[in-house]
Ligand binder design. Structure first.
Ligand code: GLU
Length: 500
């Protein structure tokens, strides 16, 4: 952290909390990582502290520079940006290799660590038990470094290590259960446990808030802090995030990439609000709150230690509320990426912003995901509706074809002369034709909707017809009637001879 020492001068700055988010780049930004980042960010923002971003990039085989850009842009989408004075970094674990090795050497020089040349098989042959771990065989052999010898930390044999965990009530770990763990590999490179501690010390971290899976590492890491002559930080291990089957979210099984949620039209603000509630609640049964208010109420001590359910339905419902809270022009702007290439199913020539603006208020009140916008409005821009076969089959059961023919004939008289081509008279027309066929409006409008929009569900029908216009509506009704006639002819032809 050599470049950042200027930020922590003076007694006031020294007292301020310093948290960090330390992702290992993996090619996508996991929603669990997003939650970790946000909780840490909330602490830094609330307490006037510092949020350090450290990229744990020591696994060279897995790291790609563009993954770091992915992390930075995903964080920016959540509102965690480099321009904010609370933000520090990014630092790279790989750049600290020198001081990590020095720390390892110091521990060796002080007798707190020793070299070991036992292979896993040799240890197993001695202990006869996978679970026992390392048996301390090389502790007092006085080995010097040689290629292939790992450096092990000498853990205390007695007593216990207690950590201050703000979420878990200061768990204690008996030292006899802590094996002499490896801190540097046979090629001299420091392992995660040590690199992570050395970086935290270097970056003056005062609170380590991270995923629960790291809790078992904590006593070992706290021993390293102490062995390196430092006061350990406070810890906070956030609850694991699970799917609806209560299984830990996994990238092989579940949708976990933040990018995927944003790409289907979860608004970043809705995502932030939802993620802030994964394991924590602002109280008073309130859930939908602006980020500043969440930050004001946030308390690490109130984070629940039991697993947090990532409820996609709830997230989607939140998103609907956030969409509703936008103004119609804001909504239109947010829909932008779905209205144009490459996401839109229509071409730029087919798209008409004025037509979209005419139905935007209708769509605004009903979509829960921005990506739903295309299915709702595609009938307005494509030359022909995309017929959903299931909708078609359901809508054209029974006498629907005759009804549609009558609707077509009656609507031909609408929009010319006295009666305007507007939602109200269109509705009156379909209502009247429906009644003549003994059908309520809800039933009568289904075939009209499928004929014109291709689907059974969508924007309010009569407003849609008004915007689509008379000519295009009639053309589509004609096309549907032609298709029905063709279908009927085919069915007749298929009836076996003699069956009529
Ligand atoms: N790089 C570690 C991970 O992604 C984080 C370790 C930590 O936060 O201490 O799991």
């Amino acid at each position: 952290m050599t470049s950042a020492t200027n930020t922590s001068t003076g007694p006031a700055a020294a007292a301020a909390v310093r948290v960090r988010f330390a992702p290992s780049p993996t090619g996508m930004f996991h929603v669990g990582g997003a939650r970790s980042a946000l909780f840490n960010w909330a602490v830094a923002k609330q307490q006037g502290g510092t949020f350090v971003l450290r990229i744990e990039d020591t696994d060279a085989s897995r790291n790609q520079p563009e993954w770091v850009d992915g992390i930075m842009s995903a964080m920016a989408a959540l509102g965690i940006t480099k321009d904010d004075p609370a933000f520090e970094g990014p630092y790279f674990q790989s750049e600290n290799a020198g001081i990590q090795k020095e720390a390892a050497q110091r521990l060796f020089a002080e007798g707190k660590a020793y070299y070991c040349d036992c292979t896993r098989d040799v240890v197993l042959a001695r202990t006869g038990n996978q679970q026992t771990g390392y048996d301390g065989f090389c502790r007092d052999r006085g080995l010097e470094y040689a290629e292939g010898r790992a450096l092990r930390f000498r853990t205390p044999d007695e007593g216990e290590t207690q950590v201050v965990d703000l979420i878990r009530g200061n768990p204690t770990f008996p030292n006899r259960n802590l094996e002499d763990f490896v801190i540097a590999r046979g090629n001299g490179s420091p392992v995660f446990l040590l690199a992570n501690v050395v970086d935290d010390i270097d970056e003056s971290i005062t609170l380590v808030m991270r995923a629960e899976e790291h809790l078992p590492n904590t006593p070992k890491q706290q021993l390293l802090w102490e062995a390196l002559g430092q006061t350990p930080p406070q810890w906070a291990h956030m609850p694991v995030i699970v799917n609806e089957k209560r299984q830990k979210l996994s990238k092989r099984r579940d949708k976990v990439a933040l990018e995927d949620y944003l790409a289907e039209g979860i608004l970043p603000d809705a995502m932030v609000n939802y993620l802030m509630l994964l394991g924590w609640a602002p109280g008073n049964d309130e859930e939908i709150l602006p980020f500043d208010e969440l930050v004001r109420r946030f308390r690490v001590e109130d984070i629940n230690s039991s697993s947090a359910f990532f409820d996609i339905k709830k997230l989607t419902a939140f998103n609907g509320e956030y969409i509703r809270a936008l103004s119609v022009p804001e909504f239109t702007e947010a829909c932008g990426p779905w209205l144009h290439a490459p996401r839109a199913p229509w071409s730029e020539e087919q798209f008409d912003q004025k037509v979209f603006d005419a139905v935007a208020p209708l769509a605004h009140s009903r979509v829960a995901l921005l990506s739903e916008i295309t299915d709702n409005v595609d009938f307005l821009f494509l030359d022909e509706p995309q017929i959903d076969e299931d909708s078609w089959n359901k809508a054209f059961k029974g006498a629907a074809a005759e009804l549609l023919a009558d609707v077509r004939a009656t609507l031909a008289a609408t929009g010319t002369g006295e009666v305007a081509w507007e939602a109200e008279p269109l509705k009156d027309t379909v209502t009247a034709v429906g009644e003549a066929h003994g059908m309520k409006l809800g039933k009568a409008q289904a075939p009209v909707r499928v004929a014109v929009t291709g689907r059974r569900i969508g924007l309010p029908l009569f407003e849609s017809l008004e915007v689509l216009g008379r000519e295009r509506t009639l053309t589509r009704l004609d096309a549907a009637l032609a298709r029905l006639a063709e279908g009927a002819a085919r069915t007749d032809a298929e009836v076996p001879a003699g069956a009529q």
